[in-house]
Design a protein around this ligand. Structure first.
Ligand SMILES: [Zn+2]
Length: 492
């Protein structure tokens, strides 16, 4: 039976709380949750466990303890781990995990054509056959695998940019998230030019889709719907305006890819004599409720526009480096006060949802590029995967304090690669020594999603089996289908 209160005590605790100071590190710390919220956070001391046992009675579950009922303070284990907020992925795609390892060593537009567009086209063309084969839609299987990946790496909230054919499959994503027990913001894709003609919308169609999804899923717990036009090159100014107006009218965020690789930026200059950011600004799309993913290619004017409009940026260093897109001027953005979160992008371009790996890459690249070892220290990049994206996505999460959502993880410090970890090097080890796989417990909204490495809400073996089968069917399809050429701006 689910217990109302959960207590986790660990050798180290990182509350990432502004009131305590974001860099506060606690030795022998505890977090007590009540329902979906955090009730107490602090340093564990003699008598605290006894009080909690007395107050919570039989409704208390102690993490890492088999025993139930008749608890005494001496039963409460101090787990050899570090507890911190669940990671918040501010930009990702949940349709890419079956295509990891496909079309590598290719730039963005080639990779889109050879991996993403082939896969989403495959799912669309073979919808009925695949549903008959698996018993449920292949989209649902794909999205559920994405949630498995998220929980594996300790991600408790995600903004999923639901692009291309996926915009027709929001119901399955809502279902996958509900089953997983995570939080999701679904940026519903849209485009009206320079893309596969089968998925082009009119602005009216794109608005109707958002209205319909909001009516159907707007009240679901842990679920938010917002406009997420795919790319600046695939959306006209008219489409962008209409969707931003919808976001303003509904009080939602607005999310989009921007300036991801140099070719697209060059195309904007040739067509419009301005950058994608200037184009977005002219369409009225930039303000403090807009979050742009990537923003790799920046002019000096872009940086001023981003700062003046209050636009936020999500930096995806794994995808940007693997695709050879380049890297955004993160240090300049931060110096100007532009909010920057770090994320993974989809599994296909990043080939992993390892948020600590993304944080490491962000820091490592900036240190090397600027020849400055002081650039982006471990504490700062850890904030950029927790508190910063929480604020950006307006979530009551990303830090551990009373009244916040009970979204937390425990990272195992018994692993050889994390030994020795002490209070003075714990944040540094998470960024530089972790491989991302040491997430031992995941709790979200007060529910256990991963219990001593075991997935609780999702059937790991079934999902992995289905995804393996799906990838085999995709391989057959890739050998026979007609090649898609020239997605995006290159069509011009
Ligand atoms: Zn993306």
């Amino acid at each position: 039976m689910k217990k109302k209160f959960k207590l986790v005590r660990s050798r180290l605790l990182l509350p990432m709380d502004e009131k305590l100071g974001l860099s506060t590190r606690i030795e022998d710390g505890y977090v007590l949750t009540e329902g979906s919220l955090i009730k107490e956070v602090g340093k564990y001391e003699s008598g605290i466990g006894e009080r909690i046992i007395r107050e919570c009675g039989d409704d208390l579950q102690v993490i890492g303890l088999e025993k139930e009922g008749g608890l005494v303070e001496g039963d409460i284990p101090c787990l050899d781990g570090v507890v911190l907020p669940g990671f918040i992925k501010a930009h990702g795609h949940d349709h890419e995990s079956p295509i990891i390892g496909i079309a590598k060593d290719e730039p963005l537009t080639d990779w889109l054509d050879h991996a993403v567009n082939v896969f989403t086209g495959f799912l669309n063309e073979n919808k009925d056959e695949l549903t008959a084969e698996f018993g449920v839609s292949a989209n649902l299987i794909t999205y559920t695998k994405a949630k498995l990946d998220d929980i594996y790496y300790g991600i408790t909230s995600a903004l999923t940019h639901h692009c291309n054919f996926n915009k027709y499959h929001v119901a399955e994503l809502v279902e996958a998230n509900a089953e997983a027990g995570t939080k999701i913001m679904i940026a519903v894709g849209g485009q009206d030019r320079n893309y596969d003609p089968r998925i082009l919308d009119t602005p009216e169609e794109a608005v109707k889709r958002l209205d319909d999804y909001t009516a159907e899923f707007g009240d679901r717990e842990r679920t938010w719907i917002l406009p997420g036009p795919d790319q600046v090159f695939s959306n006209s100014a008219e489409m962008i305006k209409v969707l931003k107006d919808w976001a303003n009218a509904h009080g939602t965020l607005f999310h989009m890819h921007s300036s991801e690789e140099p070719g697209t930026t060059a195309w904007f200059y040739s067509q419009y004599l301005c950058s994608p950011v200037e184009y977005l600004n002219q369409a009225g799309a930039l303000d403090e409720n807009t979050i742009l993913a990537h923003q790799v290619n920046n002019t000096d004017v872009d940086l001023v526009v981003l700062k003046e409009t209050g636009t936020s940026i999500v930096h995806n260093p794994l995808a940007n480096t693997i695709l050879g897109s380049g890297m955004p001027p993160v240090m300049e953005m931060l110096e100007l006060g532009i909010p920057v979160a770090i994320s993974t992008d989809g599994s296909g371009s990043a080939d992993s949802q390892n948020m600590l790996g993304a944080a490491r890459m962000a820091s490592q690249y900036q240190k090397a590029f600027h020849k400055d070892a002081h650039a982006l220290p471990a504490q700062q990049v850890l904030e950029m995967v927790t508190v910063v994206p929480a604020k950006m996505l307006r979530l009551n999460a990303g830090s551990l304090s009373a009244g916040k959502d009970a979204d937390l993880i425990l990272i195992d410090l018994r692993r050889p690669n994390l030994t020795p970890t002490r209070i003075d090097n714990v944040v540094e080890n998470l960024i530089w020594a972790s491989d991302g796989s040491e997430v031992r417990w995941v709790i979200a909204n007060g529910n256990i999603l991963k219990d001593d490495y075991r997935f609780v809400t999702l059937d790991e073996e079934k999902i992995k089996g289905d995804i393996m089968k799906l990838s085999e069917l995709l391989t057959e399809y890739r050998e026979s289908h007609q090649e898609i050429k020239a997605t995006g701006a290159r069509q011009e």
